[in-house]
Write a protein that binds this ligand. Structure first.
Ligand SMILES: [Zn+2]
Length: 273
């Protein structure tokens, strides 16, 4: 079976750069690509204050969902308050990982309430910074969210808690022989800022681009096997090694080190290293 690709745009919020987005959206519609759009319910991250708050933001979100696009719940406020890298261990900052279950549940309830108020269904969970832990999953399940867009597996699977994992392993298109690959795109990425490059990439890979509903239909009952764990371990090792070599802080460029470090939990408890 040849490789299939999902496209995910993170950090969708009212103050993003809508001129850039309008061009991307036109390409997506032209090529009938149904992406995952990760929407921040109540963005408080200054990095995404690129312009005036868009009028009718939630009208647009509802329209995307009505078009069959997948809407992700991208945290609550996109504010990093701990230095916990969570289950994936990719980034040492989080909005959720490391917090007590009840505290996480309260945040997630607020996030879900905003979606509910705006008539938007959270189709999938997308953790800011790829950082979330077992408490996050327990809280999500209690709120009826059973699908997660994250992990470094080769194929999606459903775990023993009934949670459906859709892996996210790429930040630009790469030709792969097999597997289900989610390409995650952030505002600074060339796929976002260079419309001609984005269009060429979509044209090149269109035949292999799928959608979240198609992936769910195909893999809804697939269980994890030992190869999944082996692949995820190797892929994660590769990402960390590459980062070290390139001396880059994080693949998720929207997650530059938090400036307001005083707000981070555990700061005083950090060992001097
Ligand atoms: Zn984000």
């Amino acid at each position: 079976m040849s490789a299939r690709y999902l496209i995910r745009f993170d950090d969708i919020c009212p103050t993003m750069d809508w001129k850039i987005w309008d061009g991307i959206e036109a390409v997506l519609i032209q090529h009938d690509v149904k992406p995952i759009l990760s929407v921040i319910p109540d963005n408080q991250d200054q990095k995404f204050h690129c312009g005036e708050s868009a009028n009718g933001f939630w009208d647009r979100v509802r329209a995307w969902q009505g078009r069959g696009w997948t809407i992700g719940l991208h945290g609550y406020q996109h504010r990093f308050v701990t230095r916990d890298s969570g289950l994936l261990g990719l980034n040492g900052y989080s909005e959720f990982a490391g917090l007590p279950l009840e505290e996480q549940r309260v945040k997630l309830e607020k996030a879900v309430k905003i979606f509910s108020r705006e008539g938007v269904r959270p189709d999938v969970w997308v953790a800011p910074g790829h950082s979330f832990d077992a408490n996050t999953i327990q809280a999500l399940v209690s709120l009826g969210i059973h699908t997660i867009s994250d992990s470094l597996f080769l194929y999606p699977h459903r775990d023993s808690r009934g949670v459906f994992w859709i892996p996210q392993q790429l930040w630009k298109f790469r030709a792969m022989p097999f597997g289900i690959w989610t390409v995650c795109i952030h505002h600074p990425d060339e796929l976002y800022t260079n419309l001609a490059y984005f269009r060429r990439s979509i044209q090149k890979y269109r035949h292999a681009i799928t959608s979240l509903p198609e992936v769910v239909e195909t893999y809804a009952q697939r269980k994890q096997n030992w190869l999944d764990a082996v692949f995820a371990g190797l892929w994660g090792f590769g990402i960390r090694a590459r980062r070290t070599l390139l001396a880059r802080p994080a693949q998720e460029k929207c997650l530059a080190p938090v400036r307001d470090s005083d707000s981070l939990r555990g700061r005083k408890a950090e060992p001097a290293q």
